[in-house]
Write a new protein. Structure first.
Length: 185
């Protein structure tokens, strides 16, 4: 996975910033230059909250919110190009129960992760958007199934998204599934 762009909104001293990470003269090295107190460290702090395959830590909203514009949401977008489809497949499989046959057909071209915190919250939330190489979705269905899982030694019932070929759905679960479209995928 190669970081290609960072977009920061409402984070500390940064109202809005778009930072492309480009190859120049054969190198992806990026240098931040600026006077003292211009926000260079805040860019690095925003980068530090990127941890694409783990949960985010607790945070005080007021400590990361831009004090000048006082937004209700602070967000950092990270856009990455795929260098290893398997890494994304493992992440997708950890979050969604997906048919192995279908999972092997997924090829991620680009992924964007938004990490954000809203006013009155104390944890970062995150959302992924994946740009995928086109795959045939005929007879693919999705639905949410309640599963028992052990989390930190405690048994919990968790709703988990399932993406399967229609022939893999158990008869008793059939009404919980609907055909998937490219927009829903």
């Amino acid at each position: 996975m190669k970081l290609t762009n960072i977009k920061i909104s409402g984070y500390k001293s940064i109202s809005n910033m778009d930072l492309p990470i480009e190859k120049r003269n054969g190198s992806h090295t990026t240098i931040l230059l600026g006077k003292n107190e211009m926000g260079k460290s805040n860019i690095l702090d925003a980068l530090a909250i990127l941890n694409p395959f783990n949960d985010e830590e607790k945070v005080d909203f007021l400590s990361v919110r831009n004090q000048n514009s006082e937004p209700d949401i602070v967000s950092v977008f990270y856009t990455m190009e795929s260098e290893s489809p398997k890494q994304y497949r493992d992440h997708i499989q950890s979050k969604i129960k997906i048919s192995d046959k279908l999972l092997q057909k997924i090829e991620v071209i680009k992924a964007t992760k938004e990490i954000y915190i809203q006013k009155d919250e104390d944890e970062y939330s995150s959302e992924w958007v994946f740009d995928l190489k086109d795959i045939l979705l005929d007879s693919v269905v999705f639905g949410e199934i309640n599963e028992a899982q052990v989390v930190n030694g405690v048994a919990k019932n968790i709703n988990r998204m399932n993406i399967l070929y229609s022939g893999e759905v158990k008869d008793e679960d059939a009404e919980l599934f609907e055909p998937i479209t490219k927009e829903k995928f």
